[in-house]
Design a protein. Sequence first.
Length: 126
Amino acid sequence: MSQPTAPYETAVARYFEAWNATDPAARAKAVAAAFTEDGSYTDPLADVTGHDGIGAVIGTVHEQFPGYSLRPLGAVDGHHRIARFGWELVSGADGSSPVAGFDVVTLADDGRIDSVLGFLDRLPAE
């Protein structure tokens, strides 16, 4: 049985704010609000630690997919400081979604994300 979702939903909302910040200064602020100082992000294409590393990964995605934003797929589920949720990268121009995945995050005592383990379910055709 899952615990109340409010702390998990708050953490994941901050995560999406960080991923959707296109301005580097706004992104740095959003990453600091969402992640602990030594937070980590790992998926099949990246394995980084710290605010600068996480911000760089997000910046690279914005360079590769200009005009796209990350949006949730379904509800956030959580227990014992662990949450999981689906997401997709969506074009603001035509609504296409070439990338989708599923993340599992752990939360620190202060509610920020301590680690992300990401899985990519859909990638663009090469």
